[in-house]
Design a protein around this ligand. Sequence first.
Ligand code: ZN
Length: 277
Amino acid sequence: MNGRDRVARAAALLQEARYAIALTGAGMSTPSGIPDFRSPETGLWEKADPMEVASIQAFQRRPNAFYGWIRPLVKTLVTAQSNAGHLALAQLESGGWLKAVITQNIDNLHQQAGSREVVELHGHLREATCIDCYRVLPTRDLLADFLASGEVPRCPACNGVIKPNVVLFGEQLPVEALNSAMDHIRRADLMLVAGSSLEVVPASHLPLRVNERAGHLIVVNLTPTYIDDVADVVIHADVAEVLPRVARACARRAAHSGAPSRTGRQRGRLDAPGAAD
Ligand SMILES: [Zn+2]
């Protein structure tokens, strides 16, 4: 299949699916200028090994070192804008072709682009928790103060150190997010993996759960992944370039079939022979 055929095939599979979900990773946000801090090329490794400085143990031992390391990343995160790939996933959701996005990213860019059902496996920066009194605080003002002063944010109630609600190395995934992800995965008959090299467990195992129940897999990622061999469609390219083409192809196919979108269509029509063209 050439590139155009692969895009068309991906769009057809999305339209035929009863419950399609996406799994996104760092590659989703690199077109928005957010570095993949697990990747050695980003420069964030040059100053410190994230495994060392961004682990929960290191955070508890030396919060200043953690905050010093994460400050440039936070600065990038608070100003980053969603890209065409994020927008395409939001369009697929509003068109009824995508039910949810499960993401490993903490950058809020799916929500910024308009995605409504977003499961954040690695947490987010909108809130933080005091490690002494467990008070949960919105981070909007705290982050601005931190970026201006560079000082470790502290709890207004007890002066304890505040930890952003993101998953650090060595921490469990948030139970609520994990349960929600598994709920979507149990229902899914298609997973679109976008911008993830599937190297970070346990998220990297999730496509197999869909695959083992004969669900379809679509991969859009710059580099190969371990599921490429079993995926129905594999496109090694930038998500910001490919996903808008997939979303447009879905819209075109829907217009052709006379239905505005997947929403409200009859199951029988979708299962009709020839629908996979
Ligand atoms: Zn406190």
